[in-house]
Design a protein around this ligand. Structure first.
Ligand SMILES: *[C@@H]1O[C@H](CO)[C@@H](O)[C@H](O)[C@H]1NC(C)=O
Ligand SMILES: *[C@@H]1O[C@H](CO)[C@@H](O)[C@H](O)[C@H]1NC(C)=O
Ligand SMILES: *[C@@H]1O[C@H](CO)[C@@H](O)[C@H](O)[C@H]1NC(C)=O
Ligand SMILES: *[C@@H]1O[C@H](CO)[C@@H](O)[C@H](O)[C@H]1NC(C)=O
Ligand SMILES: *[C@@H]1O[C@H](CO)[C@@H](O)[C@H](O)[C@H]1NC(C)=O
Length: 653
């Protein structure tokens, strides 16, 4: 079905990763040393070589801020700007086993953003696997007799991403609802569009999504990458925008007949590759479907690892990500489309992105360089008036995951793995903070290796973000951001938080404001460890400047007032909500969290156990003891001895 020229034209395809969540090759490790699961790209040991320093960099870089809102700043952005896109086929592995067995680490990864953004993060559930999905009222029994929310099988449909077909249980929506109740998450959900004239199941899904999630449902994505349908053999070769519109009209007519609580709830066209969003808009998409459209979404990856145009060596393309040019190229694709979407009164979102499609590149997508790329790209897209960007999460075989649950068979003994790019979401959340009114502008600094942005809120400059893409331990490539105010005087001090690592190729020795998310694979429960470090830098008010050093490599987030700092920070860290993960049921594979119990429980467990080193059965047992001791609600433990394995503890963020 698939012709070679067509395949070659799919360069940069946003097609998702191959999903092989159950192909666990490693056995449960009982030693203190991890067994490296072979073939699972989420745990690749590959370390790339950082590019050489470019030389000729300016040491002191002037940053002149206005004291009123400058021309060209973006729309107001939210702290939840950078969120997550979870492939439907791995939704159970990421979100939870079912609606009463949630994954505490996932809740923590989301809670970290909520604490900084002041409201819940955004998660999209969908992807290639959504189009051939169907909902069922009950769960599915797997080969081991377990009840599963998601059932998948492979069909050979010529799709290079090998996406499985998916059946999901209605319990998936209850799971999402229960996650929202705990961490205020908002959702996009993907509707199947594979058989637009057989859409009664999709209608049921739409109704269930609206009724279950209520205001936590932002929009439903109708069809995923329809521009690839013909290429992937899901439609005939003639399938183009007119045929797509015919199907769309039919589907939306059926949706209208449903009389759903919210009618204006559709996200589209979510094209990636062979059609541009502009072409779809030019064909009258918004005029025809404006009554239903709530959000315009695109899928975009800067490169692909699909192997369709030959194997790419990650080392060869690593430097492409370590320059502001990458973010600029990303946004330039939308230089005319973004204004036309926004002028039509609709938000424009990147529903799915990451370093590269088809799983990303080992060594690259899981590096500190990817985190820098994620931050620069998010800021550039925000400056371009996109209102949200979602980083894609695949399965065990993808390199770009912000977080990866342990392989199923290892879940009892191992914690999660934090991908370096997860740190981007923390930095972006703090850069925009809690006001929803953060307007960002690219400062157009002189070097492509050292870009910067300013953020204004309600007419006042509040934050500056400075990125240093260079790896250079000598100090020769460090620079100073010399901040001055045009039309005013700088404050007497600024506060700075740094995202730091020794090299752009580093994977785990990364700190945001002094805190870390796991020192190796399988060491994170989604909580930050260590003390928060905020550096106070005195300014020279007579000279009207504040000098902020930016090491190579790092990101400096400069808070221009104490208010700006507090509006980006977790509330009193002593009371921030985290979900402990180190207690497991006696019988089970799964850390269990019972939302009904959590809601009525006042967490008072003190500081939860810290995980820094290796995990083994022995240590798990110790942690279990420690957590049981620190759990302040022994009565509950006994009442829910079988059902409840994980306590909600109040610990330090
Ligand atoms: C979720 O799974 C647990 C453990 O298997 C089970 O006890 C519970 O009843 C399940 N919940 C739902 C809603 O199916
Ligand atoms: C939480 O899950 C239960 C089923 O286990 C469901 O009855 C309930 O509606 C869910 N809550 C939300 C807010 O979706
Ligand atoms: C229509 O879709 C349902 C699932 O949504 C599927 O079970 C059924 O086989 C489809 N009908 C046809 C004729 O393909
Ligand atoms: C973003 O929107 C603002 C406010 O509408 C506008 O002034 C600005 O020019 C837009 N930026 C871009 C890059 O289109
Ligand atoms: C910001 O927007 C979110 C919805 O995305 C909302 O929940 C929150 O209350 C808003 N915050 C402010 C300060 O307006």
């Amino acid at each position: 079905m698939l012709t070679l020229p067509l395949l070659l034209s799919l360069l940069g395809t946003a097609a998702n990763a191959a999903v092989t969540i159950y192909n666990v090759t490693a056995s449960s490790s009982t030693s203190a040393v991890f067994t490296q699961p072979t073939g699972n790209s989420a745990y690749s040991p590959l370390i790339l070589v950082a590019p050489n320093p470019p030389g000729g960099l300016q040491k002191d870089v002037p940053i002149v801020l206005q004291t009123t809102t400058p021309a060209g700043v973006s729309i107001g952005q939210k702290g939840s700007f950078l969120g997550f896109s979870v492939e439907l086929s791995v939704a159970d592995a990421v979100l939870g086993y079912n609606s009463t067995v949630l994954n505490p680490p996932f809740l923590n990864y989301l809670a970290n953003i909520k604490e900084r953004a002041g409201h819940g993060p955004t998660v999209r559930v969908g992807g290639n696997s959504q189009d051939e999905s169907a909902m069922f009222p009950t769960t599915f029994t797997d080969a081991f007799g377990h009840q599963r929310m998601i059932q998948k099988w492979r069909v050979d449909n010529g799709n290079p991403t090998e996406t499985p077909n998916i059946n999901f249980a209605i319990d998936l929506f209850y799971t999402m609802g229960n996650i929202s109740a705990l961490v205020d998450a908002d959702w996009y959900f993907g509707l199947a569009f594979d058989q637009p004239y057989n859409d009664s199941n999709a209608m049921l899904v739409a109704r269930t999504a609206e009724e279950t999630l209520g205001h936590h449902l932002i929009a439903m994505q109708l069809g995923n990458e329809p521009d690839l349908y013909a290429g992937h053999g899901r439609r005939t070769g003639e399938y183009g925008i007119p045929e797509y519109f015919t199907e769309y009209s039919h589907f939306l007519g059926d949706l209208q007949a449903q009389n759903l609580p919210e009618e204006k709830i559709i996200l589209g066209p979510s094209v990636c590759c062979t059609w541009s969003t502009q072409q779809v808009l030019d064909a009258g998409y918004i005029q025809q479907y404006g009554n239903w459209l709530k959000v315009i979404g695109v899928m975009h990856y800067p490169a692909n690892n699909c192997g369709i145009s030959g194997v790419i060596n990650p080392q060869d393309i690593f430097p492409n990500y370590l320059t502001h040019k990458s973010a600029q190229t990303f946004v330039q694709n939308y230089i005319t489309t973004a204004p036309s979407v926004i002028n039509a009164g609709l938000p424009f979102v990147v529903l799915e992105t990451n370093t590269a499609s088809c799983g990303g590149f080992p060594g690259l997508s899981d590096s500190f360089g990817a985190a820098l790329w994620g931050i620069d790209s998010a800021f550039a897209l925000a400056a371009m008036n996109f209102s949200q960007v979602l980083l894609h999460v695949g399965g065990q075989s993808t390199s770009y995951n912000p977080f990866t649950p342990p392989p199923t068979k290892m879940s009892k003994d191992h914690l999660w793995t934090t991908g370096a790019i997860y740190y981007s979401t923390l930095v972006v959340a703090e850069a925009f903070g809690k006001s929803n009114a953060s307007q960002i502008i690219d400062l157009n600094l002189p070097s492509e290796f050292q870009p910067g942005y300013a953020i204004y809120e309600n007419g006042v400059p509040t934050r500056v973000a400075l990125i240093n893409f260079v790896t250079d331990a000598s100090g020769a490539s460090d620079f100073n951001g010399v901040i001055s105010f045009n039309g005013g005087t700088v404050p007497d001090h600024v506060s700075v938080r740094y995202l730091e690592a020794p090299s752009v190729s580093e994977k785990f020795n990364i700190k945001w404001a002094g805190q870390n998310m796991g020192s190796a694979i399988f060491t994170s429960d989604g909580r930050l460890t260590g003390d928060v470090q905020t550096i106070v830098i005195p300014c020279d008010q007579a000279a009207n400047n504040c000098v902020v050093p930016v090491k190579a490599p790092s990101v400096a987030l400069v808070f221009l007032s104490d208010d700006a700092l507090s509006h980006s920070s977790p509330e009193d860290p002593a009371s921030s909500l985290t979900f402990a993960t180190s207690v497991f049921t006696a019988r089970g594979q799964h850390p269990i969290i019972d939302p009904a119990v959590l809601k009525t429980m006042n967490g008072d467990g003190g500081v939860g156990p810290r995980h820094t080193g290796s995990t083994s059965k022995g240590q798990s047992a110790q942690l279990l003891g420690a957590a049981a001791r620190s759990a302040a609600v022994p009565a509950l433990v006994s009442v829910f001895a079988l059902a409840l394995g994980v306590m909600l503890v109040a610990g330090r963020g």
